[in-house]
Design a protein around this ligand. Structure first.
Ligand SMILES: NC(=O)c1ccc[n+]([C@@H]2O[C@H](COP(=O)([O-])OP(=O)(O)OC[C@H]3O[C@@H](n4cnc5c(N)ncnc54)[C@H](OP(=O)(O)O)[C@@H]3O)[C@@H](O)[C@H]2O)c1
Length: 217
């Protein structure tokens, strides 16, 4: 399969690139010009403005699917921390949807977060407070906007909502959670593998699954 991976320099994006290449997919790793990017042999690299329709149109041309690990870069969770580009996901999602429609590319899997949109009420109380009171509020507002745009786009969309991300090893034990008990975490490698696995389905069954390895009730 020909797959474009946006945010290939990110912590999840790196796993997406590595696992997709290992599975034999034809991978294009996409990142901004300033990104630090180290890709396995055989992976194509495309650098440019991730909010540009023209750039993204060229990126998605001829691809079977798009995977995205894009997110906002935050300096820390203190309430005074501001994202370097507060509306990045709004603009990049809009450009991506238009580019995919223009090139008739239908399938896209992105990473949102547990607690975004209608999953907010399922989160433990302390985490709901963190979403409201810390710098997470900027990311969550942007992830919510990204979700809304994608779900209204008419594309074949899967918005993965992982729980707390870790850099632990791949376990292959991802479950879709409906509720929680204890600490809910998932390794970035597991998020990436789960996203790739969704491409094997003829159409995405779950549109906004909350995925985790630990803590599912
Ligand atoms: N941390 C958690 O526990 C947790 C839990 C659930 C969900 N999430 C969400 O999961 C997603 C992925 O997490 P992660 O740890 O893999 O994120 P990450 O390492 O911060 O990666 C973010 C990616 O987005 C790119 N990006 C950010 N701003 C950009 C811009 N203005 N232009 C172009 N590219 C830009 C980064 O590129 P550069 O390398 O160039 O900066 C990087 O490739 C994030 O949306 C995060 O909010 C996190």
């Amino acid at each position: 399969m020909k797959i474009a991976i946006l945010g290939a320099s990110g912590a999840c994006g790196k796993h997406l690139v590595e696992l997709a290449a290992r599975k034999g997919h034809e991978v294009t790793a996409v990142a901004r010009v300033s990104s630090k990017l180290d890709v396995p042999p055989g992976v194509r690299v495309d650098r440019g403005d991730l909010t540009s329709f023209e750039f993204l149109r060229g990126v998605v041309r001829g691809q079977h699917a798009v995977l995205s690990g894009l997110g906002l870069r935050l300096a820390g969770l203190a309430p005074w921390n501001r994202p370097e580009d507060p509306t990045f996901l709004t603009r990049s999602t809009h450009a991506l949807i238009e580019a995919m429609k223009a090139e008739a590319v239908k399938r896209v899997v992105v990473i949102s977060a547990g607690g975004v949109g209608d999953s907010f009420e399922q989160m433990p109380g302390f985490f709901r407070a963190m979403i409201k009171l810390t710098a997470l509020k900027h990311s969550y507002a942007q992830l919510h906007d990204m979700e809304q745009q994608l779900l209204a786009s008419g594309l074949d969309v899967c918005v993965a909502r992982p729980t707390g991300l870790t850099d632990g090893p791949l376990t292959g034990k991802v479950v879709v959670a409906k509720g929680f008990k204890g600490r809910a975490t998932i390794a970035r490698a597991d998020v990436a593998q789960w996203m790739l696995d969704q491409l094997e389905l003829p159409a995405f069954v779950e549109k906004t699954p909350m995925i985790t390895v630990t803590g599912a009730a």
